[in-house]
Design a protein around this ligand. Structure first.
Ligand SMILES: [Zn+2]
Length: 109
């Protein structure tokens, strides 16, 4: 996976998350309106305001990780583990595009 592919994946994921976050925010403001169809499977849980807040927090966190990963691509550091400096294997980045640490460091912490 090269930097462009990875960047593309991250940018798409970011757009998707931003849109979902926007919808959650809208739903929180207008709770009497029905959920959009693609939220149907989560509808039961989403009816709970606390779950919505948790979901929103989760998405914000992932967005921050994505931004961080995008900056690492810009500075050409995206293949280096943030913790030990060893290369992050390609399979890991494909599974988790915003990974900033190698498998070993991520498992240890
Ligand atoms: Zn490491």
């Amino acid at each position: 996976m090269n930097a462009n592919d990875l960047k593309q994946t991250l940018v798409e994921r970011k757009a998707e998350l931003s849109e979902r976050q926007e919808r959650v925010a809208r739903h929180t403001r207008h709770r009497d309106e029905p959920l959009p169809p693609d939220f149907a499977e989560q509808a039961v849980e989403l009816e709970n305001a606390e779950t919505l807040v948790a979901l929103d927090r989760e998405m914000s966190q992932e967005l921050r990780q994505i931004d961080h990963a995008l900056r690492r691509i810009e500075t050409d550091q995206y293949l280096d583990c943030e913790q030990c400096g060893k290369p992050i294997v390609e399979e890991r980045l494909m599974a988790l595009p915003y990974a900033t640490r190698c498998v070993q460091c991520a498992t240890e912490s």
